[in-house]
Design a protein around this ligand. Structure first.
Ligand SMILES: Nc1nc2c(c(=O)[nH]1)N[C@H]1C(S)=C(S)[C@@H](COP(=O)(O)O)O[C@H]1N2
Ligand SMILES: [Mo]
Length: 331
């Protein structure tokens, strides 16, 4: 099933926003029987802006993204416009300011891209991204993204459940955690060159194996029906919707299955402020600010768009993963 988009880079109209077009499409898809209507579009009908980054991505990737199927939990949320999703980012490898990634990440070379798979796994190796994703069905998933800084977005990702990828890589019986590492190339990344970020590069994250295997956990290669923009972690990133955004590590070059809990970047930097689990939890404040509410983007100074933060970011189906754990201790 192919899905179609209004070109998100096209000039915005007050009447027909990309989001409203998008939501309409979701509604139609949910009617099921009508879904067939959308699969008959010829390739020439695809709206591709030739100056867009997406146009220069490898064909196999654009193709696989275009063949994604709609999946995941239904969402009542209004999508955050493409313009905001791709202009307001955290990607410290390209600077600490919110607009730095969009300004600087064009220097990231995303093809060819190799992901090293290592540790407690039957199929280790250095995989071309194409081979890693070969045979896997991509899905579109609309997820809320809640940053620990108390802003949030709603993003239509395109990706593959991490569980499907791990099934292909075959963790051994010893594997208990999955660790992820981002590219850290000073030549391509001004933030890695800079002595001021204080981060011990490369950026690292990790999940318990059962969290990694949860059906909500996604490896994203696209958003809004296109390949990922560089500033959003191209070409391959993690998305864990019930955890604070910093767990959703970008531009991944290494996946390692381990017996012991891996080190994670923000936990190493400030262990009192950022835990390994980092589940979204309105009841446990950050030592320096409340986590009870969030600003949903887009917003403005006069209309900050505050709303209450939900436990597990509104994904209660993951609660059983933490049964018996004191979530104020394991934050
Ligand atoms: N490698 C890397 N991954 C990262 C970050 C980063 O600085 N470097 N920032 C994290 C944080 S704090 C957030 S909120 C999300 C933001 O994702 P987005 O810019 O696609 O919205 O990416 C996460 N992944
Ligand atoms: Mo974040």
């Amino acid at each position: 099933m192919i899905f179609r988009h209004k070109n998100p880079l096209a000039p915005r109209s007050d009447e027909i926003t990309p989001e409203s077009v998008y939501l309409k499409r979701r509604e139609l898809m949910m009617l099921g029987g009508l879904a067939g209507l959308f699969s008959a579009l010829p390739a020439w009908a695809r709206e591709v802006n030739p100056v867009d980054e997406d146009a220069s991505r490898p064909l196999w990737l654009k193709d696989q993204v275009a063949r994604a199927v709609t999946a995941g939990p239904d969402s009542e949320d209004v999508l955050t416009p493409y313009e905001d999703v791709t202009a307001y980012n955290n990607f410290y490898e390209f600077g600490t300011g919110k607009t730095d990634p969009a300004e600087n990440a064009h220097t990231l070379k995303t093809d060819p891209w190799t992901v090293t798979v290592a540790g407690e796994v039957e199929k280790p190796g250095a995989y071309a991204l194409e081979d890693l994703l070969k045979g896997l069905q991509l899905e579109e998933r609309i997820y809320r993204l809640r940053c620990v800084e108390a802003w949030s977005m709603v993003i239509p990702w395109v990706g593959v459940p991490l569980a499907s990828l791990l099934k292909k890589l075959q963790p051994t019986s010893k594997a208990r955690y999955v660790s992820f590492t981002s590219l850290a190339d000073p030549k391509q990344m001004p933030g890695v060159r800079s002595p001021f970020t204080g981060i011990d590069w490369p950026y690292r994250e990790g999940l318990r194996l059962d969290e990694a295997m949860h059906p909500l956990t996604l490896m994203a290669v696209g958003l809004y029906g296109r390949t990922l923009p560089n500033q959003n972690g191209a070409p391959f990133r993690l998305v864990v919707p019930w955890k604070y955004g910093f767990k959703s590590i970008k531009s991944i070059v290494r996946i390692e299955l381990t017996e012991t809990m891996p080190e994670t970047t923000w936990n190493m930097l400030a262990p009192d402020e950022y835990g390994f689990y980092a589940n979204v939890n309105p009841a446990v404040d950050h030592p320096r600010w409340s986590q009870a509410r969030e600003r949903r983007l887009p917003n403005s100074f006069f209309d900050p768009n505050w709303m209450p933060t939900q436990p597990f970011n509104g994904y209660p189906e993951v609660a059983s993963l933490y049964k018996g754990m004191d979530l104020s201790k394991f934050y």
